[in-house]
Design a protein around this ligand. Structure first.
Ligand SMILES: *[C@@H]1O[C@H](CO)[C@@H](O)[C@H](O)[C@H]1NC(C)=O
Ligand SMILES: *[C@@H]1O[C@H](CO)[C@@H](O)[C@H](O)[C@H]1NC(C)=O
Ligand SMILES: *[C@@H]1O[C@H](CO)[C@@H](O)[C@H](O)[C@H]1NC(C)=O
Ligand SMILES: *[C@@H]1O[C@H](CO)[C@@H](O)[C@H](O)[C@H]1NC(C)=O
Length: 468
């Protein structure tokens, strides 16, 4: 690898605390001061009582995009800076020693984040072809680099450094043009921000960082880009009172330009996740055992070992098409949304292996989407052997089976047939032959088809009309 030239000053934070304290005064003007008598009050019982805007549950499938300066080293994971400087992991230190000149800092990666070939229209076309109804972009990850021209991220944003473009704005325009909802991931904390470290030293009794950085940027994102979703993260070191989360959410729900449609997740302070906020993410890659009583979303990554793009990815690290589709089906059956992540390169390209997987999901959804989008969980979510998963819509029940039975006969135990029952497979015109199972359920004779005539390669959907 060619050693990149070392960058001279200015670097973010090179000017130290003075600049940042000046920023504090400027930042105070950027936070709207609104006091409302009515509407939601800044406490969890009130905020948690807000009904979730319906578009989110109907959407079912979204894409997550992790993109930032971490896409430049593109090695290990998007936690590169932390593994290198925070934890001082030997493998990351060796990587830097072997490939970069001495004294090369993380900030020196910034100018190489060029996004040179980033074509938001192309991304949006791909995401649309994948069947995604919403897309969540990292507006700012834990490294603090903002993918939009934040006025409080001095020399550490995509307008001043690297792309010299407003990435958040450009992607939003392209998505909106295709009626894809737009979500913004935002990390509350930043690993190495001096004001955050100062607050931390003070046991989070002070809020210099929150007032200078977090809140101005959250309000700026909402006012500038009117996101449909705010995907909060990086909350875990401090209580929500440190982050002023409830005050922000009360403004978001009562007075912001997106108050009627905006959706948020649950990462707003220590112990909030899985308890407070909008829908629940709980942990990354969360998989509940049964049907949760609160709307949830499973976020997961196509590259099983990283959310950001990394060059050291191996084929065996990448989820198979069948795995992705099975996970989507299982999540939706259990009332969740499925948020699938990909990491673009520093140039703004989405590598073909990710494109291929996304297009495969899109192809599957083009046949089976009827059983997914705007569906609701059924009375039974899955058969005991977990190879059949149910959803429902109106009076119809959908049974999605993940394995084709060797004898060509599918025995569904849960649906109770009636005199009006009809059974078909999505993607095939004729009704299927079936009979009531004298024991329980229905016995369905699957069509005998050559592989080329199969509607899909895995996870076939049986549509049952008139069953109980
Ligand atoms: C919207 O998308 C269409 C194609 O889908 C394209 O022709 C048009 O230029 C786009 N408009 C904007 C404003 O991006
Ligand atoms: C979160 O829970 C942990 C463990 O129960 C507890 O120690 C901590 O004080 C809690 N933090 C807040 C902000 O409630
Ligand atoms: C942050 O919360 C405190 C109370 O915890 C409140 O006094 C202050 O006004 C809040 N600031 C903002 C900007 O919401
Ligand atoms: C799972 O159970 C269903 C019926 O409940 C049956 O039709 C199917 O063959 C079973 N699949 C496997 C892989 O055992």
């Amino acid at each position: 690898m060619r050693a990149p030239e070392a960058r001279p000053w200015p670097r973010p934070w090179a000017v130290g605390y003075v600049m940042l304290l000046l920023l504090l005064f400027r930042a105070a003007e950027l936070v709207p001061r609104v006091r409302r008598q009515s509407g939601y009050t800044p406490d969890w019982p009130s905020l948690d009582s807000r009904p979730l805007p319906s578009w989110f549950d109907e959407a079912k499938f979204g894409l997550f995009v992790h993109w930032g300066v971490f896409s430049v080293p593109a090695w290990g994971s998007e936690w590169f800076w932390w593994h290198w400087k925070g934890e001082a992991r030997p493998d990351f230190q060796r990587f830097m020693r072997d490939h970069y000149p001495p004294g090369f800092s993380y900030a020196d990666f910034g100018p190489q984040f060029t996004a040179r070939f980033f074509q938001p229209e192309e991304w949006a076309n791909l995401f649309q072809a994948a069947g995604a109804k919403y897309v969540v972009l990292t507006s700012k990850h834990h490294e603090g680099f903002t993918n939009w021209p934040s006025p409080v991220s001095w020399n550490w944003n995509s307008q001043d450094v690297g792309p010299h473009r407003d990435l958040v704005g450009e992607l939003g325009t392209a998505l909106r043009n295709r009626s894809i909802r737009y979500g913004l991931y935002h990390s509350l904390f930043e690993w190495f921000h001096p004001l955050y470290l100062l607050d931390k030293k003070n046991g989070f009794k002070t809020q210099y960082f929150v007032r200078a950085k977090t809140l101005p940027e959250l309000y700026d994102l909402v006012l500038s880009y009117k996101p449909d979703l705010i995907w909060s993260d990086g909350e875990w070191e401090c209580p929500d009172t440190y982050w002023n989360s409830t005050e922000f959410l009360a403004w978001l729900y009562n007075d912001s330009p997106v108050k009627d449609e905006v959706v948020v997740n649950d990462r707003w302070g220590q112990n909030c996740s899985c308890h407070h906020g909008g829908y629940y993410n709980c942990q990354d890659k969360y998989k509940p055992q049964g049907l949760p009583d609160h709307k949830w979303e499973m976020c997961t990554s196509m590259d099983k070992l990283s959310w950001g793009y990394r060059r050291d990815m191996a084929m065996s690290d990448i989820a198979e098409e069948s795995e992705i589709i099975a996970e989507l089906v299982q999540t939706v059956s259990l009332g969740g949304n499925y948020l699938l992540n990909i990491g673009p390169t520093k140039d703004g390209l989405i590598v073909p292996i990710f494109q291929e997987r996304l297009l495969a999901v899109g192809k599957w959804l083009s046949i089976n989407g009827e059983a997914i989008y705007a569906s609701t969980p059924w009375r039974v979510q899955f058969e005991k052997n977990t190879s059949v998963w149910y959803t429902s819509k109106g009076g119809d029940v959908y049974a999605i089976f993940l394995q084709w039975p060797g004898n060509g006969v599918l025995n569904l135990k849960s649906p109770v047939p009636t005199p009006t029952t009809t059974i078909m497979m999505l993607g095939i015109q004729e009704d299927l032959k079936w009979s009531p199972d004298p024991d329980k359920g229905v016995i369905i004779i699957l069509p005998q088809l050559p592989p080329s005539a199969m509607p899909v390669e895995y996870a076939w959907t049986i549509k049952l009309t008139g069953v109980k």
